[in-house]
Design a binder for this molecule. Structure first.
Ligand code: UDP
Ligand code: MG
Length: 309
């Protein structure tokens, strides 16, 4: 008998917790015939509604339902890490509670593990029901990311992934504070089978991500898995030094030949503004990496647990 652990992060999800359970349980026949026992690990990420009570109700009904509850909201990345650390399964699957990661796909995903794959990942091929601007920037992010990072990060990839114990242990061996799980999955490698599905809209409730949060998250991803921006900063610096050098020669020669009438203030101001802008931009890039290093060095815990069941 093998054990499957399902990791389910929840943040203000009182409406969907029970529906998820019902939907997940529909795989029970498949699990029985394939000798798989399961546990559902709900990670309550500091919800302010009745999420915990809903999970406790399920736990009373079914002892295979477990709860890890955070002391406050630490974010989905922290919730997934807590899941990996608490999961006892030989197989682990991470999925959203809002049924955007359909549990009905699990049998198909298991069939690939049987074929010898180490993990089965999902990506959605459509972004139906998502704001156009958000899709546009998401696509742009993945293009850019794959250009500047050696780690493969697939467009449309979801956090819905089934993996073996070996992969989970590899993920756990990465203790970094700034966690970008999509990058971590790519970084650890292993044989991964990608399966595609049409985007499913959230069952109830609302998305927890607005544009600004996603933007910050994308910077997190870039700084965690690429140092290309630092190189860009250096290249810009060299380029502007070279330009300045040319300007100096031109100005000296011109002054010697034609004298120096006091003209050219507007152009001077433009150049000063441009160059100081570029300088601040590059300083900002360096600052991003420095702040990440600062957080990394402090070695704060990634989450704090209030209670477990
Ligand atoms: N989530 C979480 N902590 C957060 C935000 C979200 O644990 O701070 C969970 C949420 O409950 C859900 C999953 O992460 O199970 C995905 O969130 P959501 O559906 O809001 O994101 P979307 O699917 O719109 O990208
Ligand atoms: Mg969702």
């Amino acid at each position: 008998m093998k054990l499957l652990s399902a990791i389910v992060p929840c943040y203000n999800e009182e409406e969907t917790v029970a529906d998820f359970y019902t939907e997940f349980i529909k795989n029970e026949d498949y699990f029985k015939t394939h000798d798989i026992a399961f546990e559902i690990l709900y990670i309550n990420d500091g919800s302010k509604d009745r999420t915990v009570e809903e999970i406790k109700k399920l736990h009373e009904k079914d002892e295979r339902v477990h709860l890890v509850s955070f002391s406050r909201n630490f974010g989905k990345e922290a919730a997934m890490l807590a899941g990996f650390q608490h999961a006892k399964g030989d197989y682990v699957v991470t999925m959203d509670v809002d049924l955007q990661d359909p549990p009905s796909m699990l049998p198909e995903m298991f069939s690939y593990l049987e074929q010898g794959y180490d993990s089965v990942a999902t990506r959605r091929v459509t972004r139906k029901g998502e704001p156009v601007i958000r899709s546009f920037f998401a696509r742009l992010f993945y293009k850019l990311m794959n250009r500047i990072s050696n780690t493969e990060i697939v467009d449309g990839a979801r956090d819905y992934r089934l993996m073996t114990r070996q992969v989970v242990d590899s993920i756990l061996s990465m203790p970094e504070y700034n966690r970008f799980t999509k990058g971590i999955y790519g970084w650890v490698g292993f044989e991964t089978k990608w399966i595609e599905f049409e985007n499913v809209e959230r069952l109830k409730g609302e998305t927890k991500w607005n544009f600004w949060k996603l933007f910050l998250y994308s910077i997190e991803g870039i700084t965690a898995f690429s140092t290309a921006p630092l190189a860009i900063a250096s290249v810009l610096g060299v380029l502007f030094c070279f330009l300045a050098f040319l300007f100096i020669i031109v100005i000296v020669v011109r002054t010697l030949l034609f004298g120096d009438p006091t003209s050219g203030w507007p152009s001077m101001m433009c150049i000063v503004a441009l160059i100081s802008g570029v300088q601040l931009f590059c300083l900002g890039i360096v600052g991003q990496y420095m702040s990440k290093t600062y957080l990394e060095v402090k070695k704060r815990p990634i989450y704090l647990v209030k209670e477990t069941l």
